[in-house]
Ligand binder design. Structure first.
Ligand SMILES: [Zn+2]
Length: 654
């Protein structure tokens, strides 16, 4: 029974929300191939085309350095490293043949960590997590902007700041720029809920922040968590044939995370606040990079914080771990709005990831290029779609004009033009491209068997695929061998050759996530599925804030429909500490829930507390320990109908 309630749904949700991935395991490199001749040529071509020797970004990324920990390793209370910048010490000099030189350059920039002065009274801690913590000095205390992903990394960053700039001044306010966990999860590393209450610390966040941060991705968490392992290369070694960078930063941090409810909500552009003598002019930018987001301008310091609507990478209109598609047009419009409102006045732009941009002309140019990229991808995708092209055709032919493709801050280190164009198509047209052959095709294994048979059988296909591999035609080789592996998952020759093919695709990728997805696919073809590591206790501070109804929504999405359809069932969940009851009813194989008085005709009534529900979900409490009125067997049936998500589900095999 415990097995069934142990909610990997939520645990994996934590992973998806928290971008958590398992600890890197030492990779067995015995069979990992070197870069092929074709890959060497492709990567050499990249190096020749781009001005990699340009030091502009390196100068900006090092500007204002106050202090740096020469060996930055952050450990949790068990002594386990949860952030280790020394793992990236191998990233130096020219790119090895196994890494795209442009990604290598970005990896070097993201390796630079420390405490930096941005401008008077504005500082940043960079390289302590995937994201940045920014600090603004008020008249009597400090305003913390985006306290990283986990308490451990936030505390370490704060210690660094304390040693050099903070002094004895307290935290007077916190700003959460948006609802993604890498911008709020570490709050308890700098400020406890008790301290926040006692000192009346202002918590400023965009409208919708709590709802989005606690509920976004809850339902789809397990699959997102599994896929996040691919996207962030959590199972890959940190070396020249493994993970080198995520494009947006090094990687997600591990550790404990929580949240604090806002005291001040930003719900419109032009809203102003004065916090401890610091004037803020906010821009409200929801439903773009995040469902709830804000940016702000500091007129006294001529500094614009672009949160994450701008960065030093082309961002994701679609996130490859799986996510709802984002609105590229709105996103572009917000950047334009920021440019119009603040562009003429700002002397520095600092963001939630990467290093700042200084100088009026540079800022105007930077914002224009970022703005126009999302709009170009948006408009041109629609132009091509309206000319009859379908997603793969559009992604193949859509390239940015030179003026947008060249600036490094705009290159596809995280998002790519290819998958962002497909995202725009999806935003308007959904999954169906209109071609009848794609309306109801056979499922992968079945079509794979037929493809392989039609192409002359396994051996013939593998032999031909080997020729394609030798010719460096990796995208085609992958497509063909994927059919063989799905037709014959135990065919070692096909698996090995497909793994080698993914390696080469990974070695050539400019995008960190593309590289990690290919290399993780290769690893799992060789070693089997790695799965996602789950530790519920890391996120208890966040889970406490999740509205109870959302847990029942997640339960409904785990209900085994065919089994549930065999008989209706009604259960009361009576929360004695909250004084509220939720009626859960299964009808027609569907789980409904309503907050309403106890249903007298229910099969059973569970009396529990909010913490008990969390313990139940975390597997720390068995349903057998619950206080129940009525038919206990019915409650047993209810829990048995909740399917445990598969943390290791197959991706590169059927
Ligand atoms: Zn972020």
């Amino acid at each position: 029974m415990k097995r069934h309630i142990h909610s990997t749904t939520l645990l994996a949700t934590i992973i998806a929300l928290g971008l958590q991935t398992p600890a890197a395991r030492a990779q067995e490199h015995g069979e990992t191939p070197q870069a092929s001749a074709a890959t060497r040529t492709a990567n050499t071509h990249v190096a020749e085309r781009l001005p990699l020797a340009d030091r502009g970004d390196f100068d900006a990324a090092e500007r204002g350095l106050i202090a740096r920990d020469p060996a930055l390793v952050i450990k949790d209370s068990d002594g386990q490293p949860i952030w280790d910048m020394t793992a990236y010490d191998f990233i130096e000099g020219d790119a090895p043949a196994t890494v795209n030189p442009s990604l290598w350059r970005q990896a070097k920039l993201n390796d630079l960590h420390g405490l930096y002065k941005v401008t008077d009274r504005v500082y940043q801690l960079r390289g302590y997590d995937l994201s940045n913590m920014s600090l603004i000095e008020g008249d009597s205390g400090w305003i913390v902007v985006d306290p990283l992903t986990t308490a451990e990394t936030a505390a370490a960053a704060w210690q660094m700041a304390k040693a050099h700039i903070i002094g004895d001044k307290p935290i007077v306010a916190v700003i959460f720029t948006h609802s993604h966990i890498d911008h709020f999860g570490g709050i308890e590393g700098v400020l406890s809920p008790e301290q926040a209450r006692r000192d009346n610390v202002r918590i400023i966040a965009p409208k919708g922040f709590m709802q989005e941060s606690t509920s976004e991705n809850l339902l789809a968490g397990p699959a997102m968590g599994r896929r996040a392992t691919y996207m962030f290369g959590g199972a890959l070694a940190r070396d020249a044939r493994g993970h080198v960078d995520s494009g947006l930063g090094k990687a997600p941090s591990k550790g404990h995370f929580s949240i604090l409810a806002p005291t001040d909500t930003i719900d419109h552009t032009g809203q102003t606040l004065t916090v401890d003598g610091v004037d803020f002019d906010f821009q409200y930018t929801p439903e773009s990079e995040a469902p709830a987001e804000l940016t702000f301008y500091l007129p006294q310091f001529k500094a614009f914080c672009g949160a994450e609507i701008v960065s030093h990478t082309l961002h994701n209109v679609y996130t490859l771990r799986g996510a709802k598609v984002r609105d590229a047009l709105k996103w572009s419009d917000y950047i334009d709005e920021a440019l119009q409102r603040y562009g003429q006045r700002a002397e520095v732009v600092f963001n939630s990831h990467h290093w700042p941009v200084w100088g009026h002309d540079e800022i105007v140019d930077y914002l224009k290029v970022q703005r126009d990229t999302y709009k170009y991808i948006h408009d041109q995708t629609l132009r091509l779609a309206n000319a009859g092209y379908t997603p793969r055709e559009i992604a193949e032919q859509l390239t940015l004009p030179e003026s947008l493709a060249k600036p490094f801050h705009n290159r596809g280190y995280y998002g790519t033009v290819s998958h962002d164009a497909k995202a725009v198509y999806q935003w308007y047209f959904g999954w169906f491209d209109g071609n009848p052959a794609h309306l109801n095709p056979l499922p992968p294994s079945e079509s794979a068997r037929k493809y392989v048979e039609f192409m002359g059988g396994t051996d013939a296909v593998v032999a031909k695929a080997r020729q394609s591999f030798n010719a460096g035609d990796y995208r085609w080789t992958a497509e063909v061998l994927n059919h063989v592996v799905f037709a014959e998952p135990n065919n070692d020759a096909a698996r090995q050759l497909l793994a080698n093919t993914y390696d080469q695709l990974g070695y050539q990728a400019e995008s960190g996530p593309w590289r990690d997805i290919y290399l993780t696919g290769a690893k799992e073809l060789r070693d089997g599925a790695m799965g996602t590591s789950l530790d519920m206790s890391r996120g208890i501070g966040l889970l406490r804030q999740v509205p109870i109804a959302r847990f029942f929504d997640a339960m409904a999405a785990r209900l085994n429909g065919p089994e549930a359809a065999k008989g209706d069932l009604t259960i009361n969940f009576d929360f004695t500490d909250l004084g509220q009851n939720h009626v859960l009813a299964i009808e027609n194989g569907v789980l409904h829930h309503w907050q309403r008085p106890i249903a007298d005709d229910a099969n059973a009534t569970v009396h529990l507390t909010h913490p008990a529900l969390l313990a139940l979900i975390g597997g720390k409490l068995s349903p057998k320990q619950l206080k129940v009125d009525g038919d206990r067997a019915s409650l047993g049936r209810f829990f048995s109908l909740l399917q445990v998500p598969d943390r290791d589900f197959a991706i590169v095999t059927p």
